[in-house]
Ligand binder design. Sequence first.
Ligand SMILES: [Zn+2]
Length: 354
Amino acid sequence: MKAVTTEHHRAHDVRDEVYLGVPIPAHEVVQRAGIIKGALVADGGFDLVEPTEHGELPILAVHDRGLLRFLEEAWGEVRRQAIGRQSLVADTYPSLAMFEGMSREAIAKLREPAAIGGRAGWWGLDSSNPIVPGTYEAARWAVDVALTAVDLVLGGERTVYGLCRPPGHHAARSMAAGYCFFNNAAIAAEAIVRATGERVAILDVDYHHGNGTQQIFWRRGDVLYASIHGDPMRVYPFFLGHADEVGEGDGVGMNVNLPLPAEAGDELYLEALDRALEAINATPGSIVVVSLGFDTYRDDPIGDFALTRAAYAEAGRRVAALGRRLVILQEGGYHLPSLGKNAVAWLRGVEPVG
Ligand SMILES: [Zn+2]
């Protein structure tokens, strides 16, 4: 199996994140990608490929230009505005309630502030997502990893893994969030739709609901989004991810949320996976984008599921049994000692030999 990896992710070297108002050691760290890459090399069955640059256009097919410009300019503005911090973390985010009663016209006049702290709130959701000097560089390369994986699959590869870091599925059209800046999986899916004219399914098996991917394709009839995740009544991203969110307009029925309770184990999880795969089977198309996360693991410090490694191998087998080509992109997973073995188990489940 070809695996697209790059060392450029190292530029996004985050040390702390803010959780419930208090700085804690970051979970989404540089070591994550190195551990997975090391496990792929040790396995011997993966052909490592460098990404190629794809420019801004595929990103702008999915994201607001303002988000791209903000991320590009953010660190330079931190320095120009003499903010004496190691990273940029907003503390003021627009709430829906702030604009209650205002007309559509009045809301349309709202504008991005000039102060970089305000800009970070304008384009952000939460404080777990610090921007450091190399964030933009790394986030751009993560998109290129995803798009190179797409190129390889469109070129005839059956299954390609893209080791994206930073991850992407919380990033919406106009919002960075939850360790994510650009939505790698959504950009990949959009590129596939445009290249093939086919419908595309996105299977999101990260522990968290991919609110960004859901938002981007909410009204789209040509992209199916199916996600298995911790119930948002209990966990991040809190405000989206419920089972009754099914899409609107052309997208009705093309959004499938499967929230699970705490301590969900292999059996419950694989049942939910079967339901997601049924929805994908019922949708035409030949390519599936997988948002792959291992924060579902029983020892993960963020997630509260109880999956074992055996479930990952089985999940890989069941996804492969769809008989579709796969663009598999890395999202979360924060238990460093297990991360590499879990990734190899899942990918080897898909493709046992070679
Ligand atoms: Zn996650």
